[in-house]
Design a protein around this ligand. Structure first.
Ligand code: CAO
Length: 437
């Protein structure tokens, strides 16, 4: 077993170029020419390929690092060389491709207004996407948009870096066909908006900063969800007095110390139990026009995590198979990984339903935006003690406010109210029995 270092290749005159994406993980096996990081200069980005294959033993960079030619990116473990003559000939051919790929890295970073991907093993596959500094899309999608008479810059891309896909085009056309009047009205409203005569700086000192990258990535998804899904939000209050008494009584069986378990772990369990009874909340529709709905048999719960870089929504996988103690621990770990930007981007996909909890911060109710392509999101606010009229007398109870936003195309208001009743029962007096602790 030998170790080899993968370094930043020739990137022309560029120095201190920012790493905007890490595309691999420690322990992962990669092939020669697999993209490993994405670099971004002023107006272009490029994926840097590995010039060797092997297993990644150490990643030496993180998102946000600035690198120059020769800086170390990672180390690879390589098995001993038992190659035949034929293998060596193939390696020579691959060397040529790698050389071409690495040259492409340098020339493409210089290529202003272009976003470039270096594709595995084939330099001719490099996709140039001249976006004029605006929208990213492949030449095929641009051609399709032109043929349909669409302005690609008006379409929200749902792929990485806001890249427009064929599905985005279809979705856009679908919305435009179904809402012609709304569009006309909007154009008229836009026309009526007075042009800004003043700059903010006309009124005092201001500071202009870059919008953080995670916010830029999330923006098209939020806008697409907000504009294309008819949201309704159902609010409710849940009496969690018994659940809170139980939670606060939990101690470590060996040390006797109080256990720190977040209420969110109980809420995840209650949501999973409710999803089992109401499968339409664990579904997705990609495209209303194809008339299909996907019901998921798994229970991967998305958790909105507040980080200094912006909001991230990783998934707690197979939450139905995990205990409350385990979920609480996993929440802490996942939150930490997001804040340190050490989470794999795959973890942001493939969810059942999302929970957005502001319970640790404050507020009563809010209207969360559905995490497309999911069909519902549960907003959780801060529980508090309230006086409640119960069994003919006033009592002090712990009340948890929840806000369920749902896609009204798939879920009716009555079903949403029943779903909230189910969550309430699952967190209510018999919560332990219901959540089968
Ligand atoms: N009511 C009252 N208290 C609550 C609560 C609730 N619903 N939920 C959590 N708490 C308490 C916890 O018990 C903890 O108390 P202690 O410090 O006394 O132990 C405290 O609030 C802090 O909890 P936390 O928020 O750090 O941890 P969590 O597991 O409850 O939440 C996470 C984890 C990742 C959801 C949270 O850290 C977070 O990022 N929340 C913000 C999500 C967000 O921004 N949503 C908005 C999306 S729309 O823009």
């Amino acid at each position: 077993m030998s170790e080899i270092e993968i370094k930043v290749p020739n990137i022309g005159d560029f120095k201190d170029v920012e790493i905007i994406e890490i595309l691999v993980n420690e322990g992962q096996s990669i092939e020669k020419n697999d993209p490993i990081i994405t670099l971004e200069s002023d107006k272009s980005s490029v994926e840097v390929p590995s010039d060797h294959s092997g297993k990644i033993s150490k990643l030496k960079v993180k998102v946000g690092d600035k690198v120059s030619e020769g800086d170390s990116i990672l180390t690879l473990e390589q098995a001993e060389d038992k190659r035949t003559n034929a293998d060596l000939q193939e390696t020579d051919a691959k060397k040529e491709i790698t050389k071409n790929n690495q040259e492409a890295v340098s020339s493409n970073l210089e290529n202003k207004n272009e976003k470039v991907e270096v594709k595995k093993n084939n330099i001719s596959n490099i996709q140039h996407v001249n976006d004029g500094g605006k929208t990213l899309a492949s030449p095929k999608i641009r051609r399709l948009a032109r043929e349909l008479g669409l302005d690609i810059n008006k379409i929200q891309g749902s792929e990485r870096s806001g890249r427009v896909s064929e599905d985005d085009l279809k979705r856009y056309v679908n919305i435009e066909i179904n809402k012609p009047r709304e569009k006309e009205e909007k154009v008229q409203v836009d026309k009526k908006l007075p042009k800004s005569e003043y700059e903010h700086s006309d009124f005092g000192e201001v500071e202009i900063k870059d919008i953080p990258r995670i916010k830029k990535l999330a923006a098209p998804h939020l806008l697409n969800s907000y504009n294309s899904i008819p949201h309704v939000t159902h609010h409710d209050e849940i009496d969690i007095t018994e659940m809170e008494d139980f939670r606060n009584s939990l101690t470590d069986q060996y040390s006797g110390e109080k256990l720190k378990i977040t209420p969110l772990a109980f809420i995840i369990k209650a949501l999973v139990a409710s999803l089992k009874k109401f499968p339409s909340f664990n579904s997705s529709i990609e495209d209303m026009s194809d008339g299909k709905i996907t019901y998921k048999k798994y229970f991967h719960i998305g958790i909105a995590v507040d980080t200094p870089h912006g909001l991230m929504v990783p998934k707690i996988r197979d939450a139905d198979k995990k205990s409350i103690g385990f979920l609480s621990k996993e929440l802490r770990e996942v939150g930490k990984k997001c804040r340190e930007l050490k989470i794999d981007k795959k973890e942001f996909y493939g969810g059942s339903m999302t929970i957005s909890s502001l319970g640790g911060i404050g507020g009563s109710f809010f209207t969360p935006i559905i995490n497309y392509p999911e069909v519902a999101i549960l907003g959780v606010s801060k529980s508090s003690k309230k006086q409640v009229f119960l069994n003919d007398e006033f009592k002090i109870r712990t009340i948890l406010p929840i806000s369920l936003s749902f896609d009204h195309r798939i879920i009716d208001g009555a079903e949403a109210a029943r779903f909230c009743n189910e969550i309430r029962d699952n967190l209510g007096k018999n919560f332990a029995y219901r959540l089968a602790i």
